[in-house]
Write a protein of this length. Sequence first.
Length: 87
Amino acid sequence: MSNEQIKNLLTRLHAELETTDVDAETRSLIKELDADIHDLLDADSDADDPNPILERAQLLQTDFANKYPVAERVVREIMDTLAKIGV
């Protein structure tokens, strides 16, 4: 799994949410998650503790499970891919 795959998944998540009515708080969380993941990937393992990133992703996944099922699957894929690359 590569960093590029995670970035592609983030792009897919944003595309899915563009077609969905998402509240401002959720959009803000997604932006933070996106920025944190990009910072983590761009830092070549010198980034801060990834636990807050994984926690934020888990919160989004839980929230999306009922409201946005397609987006929830993408968030789950992001989490799985991060785990596979050792985050």
